[in-house]
Design a protein around this ligand. Structure first.
Ligand code: HEC
Ligand code: HEC
Length: 209
């Protein structure tokens, strides 16, 4: 009953709008006014993007950026000249951000999550079955997450070796105004991540299995 009334009201207001629309038919919108960039949409040379300005400051002299949200990977505030690409033989990030070294350089050490193995040990049994964490598995994409592994390691996990896969230098140019306001769940969430200990498994239904 209530639904019918709503639909009825919808039709009435749509037709009012339609009538109103007809009476102001002279109002037109130019293509230039439609997009964010306020110039015609067919020629790229009318658009000058803001310059990309990566920090020139050497590590140790830069100013950190606030995290985008709680436990977001921090952006790199210092110059990465000569550090990229990261290779097996050359990972300078590890040289400064390894726990124990980092503190002496006033850098943050990579956190606990980077020394945690989230990958189940996987092998192939003789009968062709896939074995995960010692258990033969029929379906490797089980959505019950029963093979998720959360194993602390003594050192950096191989999965985190390629730092620039997740951490990128941040340009200081202003592209478009950004009014997003992060609401951090921990007091120092703008400058420190809290993803360790029990928070690693929050919301994950794995450990009971
Ligand atoms: C020479 C030592 C050194 C090297 C090499 C280095 N960093 Fe840094 N890093 C620092 C210091 C010190 C800071 C703190 C900001 C500052 O003082 O410039 C920092 C800050 C950071 C931050 C910001 C952390 C935060 O809390 O906002 C990230 C992310 C980062 N570095 C990642 C990297 C990555 C990735 C590499 C490799 C491409 C790297 N760093 C190489 C010393 C280093
Ligand atoms: C797979 C993505 C990924 C890779 C690879 C990765 N990180 Fe991170 N990093 C993150 C995320 C996400 C966070 C924030 C959540 C957390 O603490 O785990 C983070 C946080 C950090 C922090 C801030 C720690 C704090 O206490 O606030 C530092 C420093 C850091 N990473 C350095 C590194 C360095 C150095 C490497 C390479 C050796 C690296 N990361 C590789 C995703 C990654």
């Amino acid at each position: 009953m209530r639904l019918i009334t709503k639909i009825g009201l919808g039709i009435v207001s749509a037709s009012v709008l339609f009538v109103a629309g007809c009476s102001t038919a002279s109002k037109t919108y130019s293509e230039e006014s439609l997009g964010l960039r306020k110039v015609d949409l067919y020629s790229e040379n009318t658009v000058t993007p803001d310059e990309t300005k990566y920090s020139q400051a050497v590590a140790g002299t830069s100013t950190k950026f606030n995290r985008a949200f709680q436990d977001a990977p921090p952006m790199i505030p210092h110059s990465v000249d000569g550090m990229l690409p990261i290779t097996v033989d050359n990972n300078q990030c590890v040289g400064c951000h390894t726990p124990g070294v980092a503190e002496t350089l006033n850098a943050l050490p990579y956190p606990k999550s980077h020394m945690t193995n989230f990958r189940p040990e996987t092998s192939l049994a003789e009968d062709g079955k896939i074995v995960k964490n010692g258990k033969a598995v029929d379906n490797t994409s089980s959505d019950k997450m029963e093979y998720v592994t959360i194993k602390e390691m003594a050192s950096l996990s191989g999965a985190r070796f390629n730092c620039s896969q997740c951490h990128a230098p941040q340009s200081e140019g202003q592209l478009v105004e950004n009014t997003f306001q992060a609401e951090y769940t921990s007091k120092d969430g703008a400058s420190k991540s809290s993803w360790e200990g029990t928070s690693l498994t929050e919301g994950l239904d794995t450990l009971m299995k």
